[in-house]
Design a protein around this ligand. Structure first.
Ligand SMILES: C[S@@+](CC[C@H](N)C(=O)[O-])C[C@H]1O[C@@H](n2cnc3c(N)ncnc32)[C@H](O)[C@@H]1O
Length: 282
């Protein structure tokens, strides 16, 4: 079905309804994703879709899930985590001690902040580890707190951690969990893996928007923000990097995705350790 393509109309309405400013996301990619969703639902145009979003909570959730692109897995790009383990964490401990303040920004289903807890536990006693983890998407934060994963997202976890911190759930136990409200996504799953409370207890989740300056905390030793800025426009990305600079302490480190280089990093007072780790200079 053809979709009337007044994207400005859609952006204005979405901003009013959700507070999400689509102007900061790359237009071609975002519009294509939204059009696909609307087409799939057999809706004629943007005004009709907006009316649906106003009335139907499930449709609104579906929209938010669709635009946020929540793909994640543990130890995503393992070689970067090895660098963090060997170089970055020891250096941060040398500079700031063991009570590090670490922020996983755009944490999705929790794979990233939980991986951080495991990685840090090689260097720091578990009771000293604290991770602040944020995402714009409430539904995804619910899944992060729930902590049940499919086998595929566990593939890159070091074997000892996988054996120590995950329990297999299946059969009646999994069925019972899948029946609970909010767990509909588990209904087709045959086997799941639950992360331990010991790991979970080290992470505090909160809803926060990277496009909202007041959602930025202060005095962090490391910020991990990966695989979200690729969806932002250059201007929005630039603003986020400058705010990350201000959220870090001097010599604090920013860990980004491998395809998200900061082009003007010197002007923003960062130095580059390699293509995915940057350090605040002043
Ligand atoms: C592809 S996931 C990345 C997850 C994880 N960082 C990783 O690398 O595996 C992108 C996440 O960014 C979140 N996101 C999108 N826009 C955001 C915004 N404006 N503020 C905060 N989070 C946002 C989405 O909800 C989604 O969970």
């Amino acid at each position: 079905m053809a979709v009337v393509k007044d994207y400005k109309f859609l952006k204005d309405k979405i901003l009013g309804l959700t507070g999400v400013d689509l102007n900061s996301y790359k237009e071609a990619q975002m519009k294509r994703r939204i059009d696909q969703l609307i087409d799939k639902k057999g809706i004629a145009d943007y005004p009709a879709y907006i009316e649906l979003l106003k009335k139907d909570k499930a449709a609104m959730e579906e929209f938010l899930n669709h635009f946020t692109i929540n793909v994640s897995n543990f130890y995503r790009n393992p070689e970067q985590w090895q660098f963090m383990d060997k170089e970055v964490i020891p250096e941060l401990i040398g500079r700031f001690g063991k009570s590090l303040k670490i922020w996983s920004a755009a944490c999705s289903t929790g794979d990233e902040p939980y991986s951080l807890v495991m990685a840090l536990s090689r260097h720091i006693p578990m009771n000293l580890i604290r991770i602040y983890a944020t995402d714009i998407d409430k539904t995804i934060l619910f899944k992060a707190k729930r902590g049940i994963y499919v086998e595929k997202s566990l593939e890159d976890i070091p074997k000892d951690f996988r054996a120590k911190y995950f329990t297999k759930i299946e059969g009646k136990e999994l069925e019972a969990i899948a029946k609970e409200k909010g767990n509909e996504d588990l209904r087709t799953l045959r086997v799941g893996y639950r992360i331990s409370d010991e790991i979970k207890s080290r992470v505090t989740f909160k809803q926060a928007n990277l496009l909202e300056p007041r959602d930025y905390p202060k005095d962090y030793n490391m910020i991990v923000c990966r695989n979200v800025l690729i969806y932002f426009t250059e201007d929005a990305k630039d603003a986020v990097f400058r705010r990350f600079h201000d959220s870090l302490v001097k010599e604090g480190v920013l860990f980004i995705g491998s395809t998200e280089q900061i082009t003007g990093y010197k002007d923003m007072n960062f130095t580059r350790k390699n293509s995915f780790f940057y350090e605040r200079v002043d």
